[in-house]
Design a protein around this ligand. Structure first.
Ligand code: KIV
Length: 318
């Protein structure tokens, strides 16, 4: 159950006003509850598991939103899943924005998070704020996500000061792949655990909307989740997190490779697409497609007139 942040105990009048309030340019019409950063915190307090899935285009966004997930993340993982890059480092602001806009048009109730790509926030805090603002203003995102802990706390405060909610992301942070020396589980020794705790607390104090925990031992994720007031959203971080996120292409077998340990496949879109396309190809090649019912026809009078003209031409040719 999702709670409307201000409606709990707020009385009917406030609820009436809320129901007429356009959220992100769309009217909240009661056909599902709009998830907000405040309602996420309430979910954490109620121990009501938070669900998040990535989406990168309009159709997928509509489907995942209608399926009732709490958060939709336009992750920079789209670099690999949608654009075929080797890692997330090459994807640009403009490429990310293009996808955020498409997802925005498909998401109504879930909270929409946009991932800030590598280079969009590391170089200069002014650029970082400008880029975060673009995600909100042009893309319609409600939250932006930034990788890194303690060292990003000041930047995150700066962005939140500009009225933009920020999601943190610590542990195995894919934008640091070259520094980590590969995609390796983080926080496996005492100093690593200490650093992760410091990172999580620094993000919490900076006021993040939530903290993504990626690729860390479940014991460490459990400690962080108990320590911070921000909801933790795990991916490869065990079941004690306040919520879980998975990549759309991972759960549907659209990644063309062996899945990571934490991935659970819920469907086989690769098989579905392959069979559908093979069947179409076979139908065309065997003249089974299109059938007469799948074709447009002339109106009766036009057909009769055309037949008359053709017959006259044939007669003249004889
Ligand atoms: O880009 C992404 O998909 C992510 C999630 C894995 C958290 O950052």
């Amino acid at each position: 159950m999702r709670a409307q942040a201000l409606s709990a105990g707020g009385g009917g009048a406030l609820e009436d006003i809320m129901s007429l309030t356009p959220i992100g340019g769309r009217l909240f019409d009661g056909s599902g509850q709009k998830v907000t950063t405040a309602s996420l915190r309430e979910q954490k307090l109620r121990h009501d598991p938070i669900t998040c899935i990535t989406a990168y285009d309009y159709a997928a966004a509509r489907l995942v939103d209608q399926a009732g997930v709490d958060m939709v993340l336009v992750g920079d993982s789209l670099a690999q899943t949608m654009l075929g890059y080797e890692n997330t480092l090459s994807v640009t602001m403009d490429e990310m924005l293009h996808h955020v806009k498409a997802v925005r048009r498909g998401v109504k109730n879930a909270l929409l998070i946009a991932d800030m790509p590598y280079g969009s926030y590391q170089v200069d805090p002014k650029d970082a704020l400008l880029n975060a603002t673009r995600f909100v203003k042009e893309g319609g995102a409600e939250v932006v996500k930034i990788e890194g802990g303690e060292k990003r706390a000041d930047l995150i405060r700066h962005i939140i000061d500009a009225e933009i909610p920020v999601a943190g992301h610590i542990g195995l942070t894919p934008q640091s792949v070259n520094v980590m020396g590969g995609y390796k589980v983080q926080g496996k020794n005492l100093s690593g655990i200490e650093q992760l705790m410091r990172d999580a607390v620094a993000l919490d104090r900076a006021g993040v909307a939530c903290i993504y925990l990626e690729g860390i031992p479940r014991e460490v994720a459990a400690m962080i989740t108990a320590e911070v007031s921000a909801p933790t959203i795990g991916i490869g971080a065990g079941p004690e997190c306040d919520g879980q996120v998975l990549v759309f292409h991972d759960i549907l077998n659209l990644t063309f490779g062996p899945p990571a340990k934490f991935v659970r496949r819920y469907g086989d879109a690769a098989a579905l697409i392959t069979h559908a396309v093979q069947a179409f190809r076979a139908d065309v090649r065997s003249h089974q497609y299109p059938a007469d019912e799948e074709s447009y026809h002339l109106p009766k009078e036009t057909k009769a007139a055309l037949d008359t003209v053709l017959e006259r031409k044939r007669t003249m040719r004889r």
